[in-house]
Structures are given as C-alpha cells and as structure tokens.
Design a protein around this ligand. Structure first.
Ligand code: HEC
Length: 369
C-alpha cells in the first residue's frame, strides 16, 4: 500500500457539480422506486412480494407507481443529455467518461496491486475504470429498460410494428435486465462507494485527499502541477452558451412532447387488449345434464361465493344474485370464462367446463342453497 502523503493543501477537492449531484439524487429516487415496485411484480408468487404488493395497495397500484418512477427516470435522462451537452459544447470539457485503453491497464494494475504483486496503485484519472463501468452499465441498462418498458406499456402499438411474440420477449428482457441493474447498483456500486471506502462525494460534491490519492492519483497530480486541460475564457463560454441554450430548449421541448406521447399513447396496457373471444363450451355438454349436488360442492369450494354470497343470493356492492338466474348456459359460461371489470375470469385449468355446468344446474334447478 502506498503511504498516504501528508496533506499540505486543503484536504477536499471538488468532484461533482451541483447539477451532477441533483441528477444523482433523481436517479436514486427513480431507481429505488422502480426496484420497490418492480421486484414484487417479478416475484409476485413469493410471500414477501405479496406482502410488499399489499403494502403498495395491490398490483394495480404498484404498476401505476412503477410508471410514475419510470417517468421520473425518463425526465432524468432528458436532463442528463442536456447537462452532458453543456459540459461538452459550452464548457469545452473533454468526454472524460469515454472508455479508453488505459482503463484496461488500470484494471490490470489495480488487480495486481490488490494481490500484492505491485507495490504502487495505478494513478487513475478523475473518472477511473470503476466510475466508467458504473456509468456505462447504467446507461446501457437504462436504454434497454426504457425500450422494453415502452413495449410493455404500449403493447398494441408494439404489435403493429413487431410480431406478437415481441411483447412477452420484451417482458423477459425487461425483468432480467432490471435484476442485473439491481445487482450492479446494490452489490458493485454499493460496495465501491459505501463499503470499500465510504465516499460521500456525490452528496457533498467534495472528495478527500486520501480518496484522491487512492482512486484518482493522476487527476490529483495534474491538479497540483497545474497541468489540467486548459479552461475556456468566460467570453468564449458566454458565446457558446448563446448558441447552445436555444438549441437545448428546442430539443428539450421535442423530447418532452415525445415523452408525453410515450406515457399517454395507450391508456393502460391491460384494458386496451381486447378480451379474447372464448371458444364456446364443448357442444356435447347439455345444461340439463349437470349434477346439482356436485354443483353445490363446487360453489362452496371456488371463489364465486366470496362475491356472490354463500347462498348465491347476491353480495355486497350490488354483486348480482345468481340463484335462479335467467341467463342461458352459453351466456353464463361466457361470463365465467371471460369475466368482467369487476369479476375475474375463471380458466378451464381452475374450473373445468363440466364444473361450470354443475354450477349452472345447481343455480337454476335447486331452490334451496
Ligand atoms: C371478485 C368478485 C367475483 C367473483 C369471485 C365472482 N364474481 Fe361473478 N360477478 C361479479 C360481479 C361484480 C358481477 C356483476 C358485474 C359485472 O359483470 O361486472 C358478476 C356477474 C356474474 C354473472 C352475470 C350475472 C348476470 O346476471 O348478468 C355470472 C353468471 C357470474 N358472475 C358467475 C360467477 C361464477 C360462476 C363465479 C365463480 C366461478 C363468479 N361469478 C365469481 C363478481 C364476482
């Protein structure tokens, strides 16, 4: 390990601008929100996920919250593009986050140092390979999540352009990519900024000298030797800003209109998908052939009674009575298989055709519950 040089100068160096810190805060809120509302959807059958969903107000409310945080993330993306453009084109700073060959060398020397075969640490730049990995994995992951998220948010539009398989495929990619992001942020980023060496610079904007020595040695040398890249004069900056700001405003307005279209294009993913036309029941089944005793047992064991009442005489909130229903068996069957806004559909795996028939017979022929 390199012994720490005694600090002669002020111990804290500027690391992040106010805009960068604000961006990070937005990203953090969006990320935590997406994780909290997304993971329980991914693992909806697990007990912890059910508890969390319940706490979030149910799956529908979790989905709406997920979209709210997605919106926040996309606002941050627009802000980020504008801020990066400002640094590059107005302040004339270099694209210091681009990966370079030297990052590979730094990585190798970093590993060799950690394994004890190289006494000194690599002297790394302002953004070292760890920072660049954090950044680019986040950028690539976010792009993938936004594209696949759009497809899930607007499945009807998606299937106009792409084959129908694209939507379930997007779901798998969205869900697995999100998990990779959680691992990246919680394990890699969390370890590097909180555990390996606590680094609060994204909150304070400043970094300590010892952290500079260990993680950004080259940047520190340049600062102390006065050999950093030349800075533009205030006049140059003002001139560039006059050109950049109107352009950025136009681009931001266009991007915001697109974002608005993105989130309002289809009302919500699910209700706009037309309910499937159910193949009507097997023709050999005749309504009168059901068994009323079996029907009574089925009624007591499937969920119908929860809403329609234990004796099928109707439930709370105006759920209709089914006892002595006038519906034809066909309509009854359709209702059970397709459901409605307020009633879940029951599929054949849960309630076989014959059981629907027994239920119908019990409801129409027996007067007693
Ligand atoms: C979550 C509550 C809920 C459950 C569970 C439920 N239903 Fe319903 N059902 C409703 C509501 C509410 C309506 C009426 C409003 C609507 O159609 O949106 C309804 C309507 C119906 C109708 C149409 C009645 C008519 O007169 O038009 C039938 C038939 C029916 N349900 C059968 C069943 C059967 C059979 C089951 C069990 C396999 C069942 N329902 C389970 C809530 C439920």
């Amino acid at each position: 390990m390199t012994p720490e040089p005694k600090s002669i100068e002020p111990a804290r160096y500027v690391r992040f601008s106010g805009v960068q810190r604000f961006e990070h805060l937005l990203l953090l809120i969006a990320f935590l929100g997406l994780m909290l509302t997304g993971l329980p959807q991914k693992y909806a059958v697990q007990e912890w996920a059910k508890t969390l969903l319940h706490f979030l107000g149910g799956i529908e409310s979790a989905r709406i919250l997920h979209r709210f945080f997605a919106l926040l993330l996309m606002v941050e993306v627009i802000l980020h593009v504008g801020a990066v453009g400002y640094r590059l084109f107005v302040l004339g700073k270099g694209a210091s986050l681009l990966p370079r060959l030297r990052d590979g060398r730094d990585l190798v020397n970093w590993v060799r140092h950690n394994m004890g075969s190289k006494p000194e640490r690599p002297a790394m730049p302002h953004y070292n390979f760890i920072n660049k990995l954090d950044y680019w994995l986040t950028v690539i992951g976010t792009v993938i999540l936004i594209i696949t998220g759009y497809m899930l948010w607007n499945p009807v539009a998606t299937t106009h352009l792409l084959p129908g398989d694209a939507v379930p495929t997007a779901r798998v990619i969205h869900s697995e990519q999100a998990l990779l992001m959680v691992i990246l942020v919680v394990i890699w980023h969390g370890y590097n900024t909180l555990i390996r060496r606590f680094n609060g610079s994204i909150w304070t904007g400043k970094i300590s000298r010892s952290a500079m020595v260990s993680d950004h040695g080259e940047a520190l040398q340049q600062l102390e030797n006065g050999t950093q890249a030349a800075v533009l004069s205030p006049e140059q900056i003002a001139q560039r800003r006059r050109l950049y700001v109107p352009m950025a405003v136009v681009i931001t307005i266009v991007a915001s209109v697109l974002l608005y279209a993105f989130v309002t294009f289809e009302k919500t993913a699910i209700p706009t998908i037309p309910r499937p036309e159910v193949a009507i029941f097997a023709p050999q089944i005749k309504a009168a052939e059901g068994d009323t005793n079996v029907g009574a047992v089925v009624w007591a064991t499937v969920r119908c009674a929860l809403c329609h009442g234990a004796d099928a005489a109707g439930g709370q909130d105006g759920v209709p009575a089914l006892r002595g229903t006038n519906l034809s068996f066909e309509n009854f069957f359709q209702q059970v298989r397709i459901g409605s806004d307020k009633m879940p559909a029951f599929r054949a795996e849960e309630l076989p055709d014959a059981y629907v028939l027994h239920l119908y017979t019990w409801l129409t022929t027996s007067s007693k519950p």
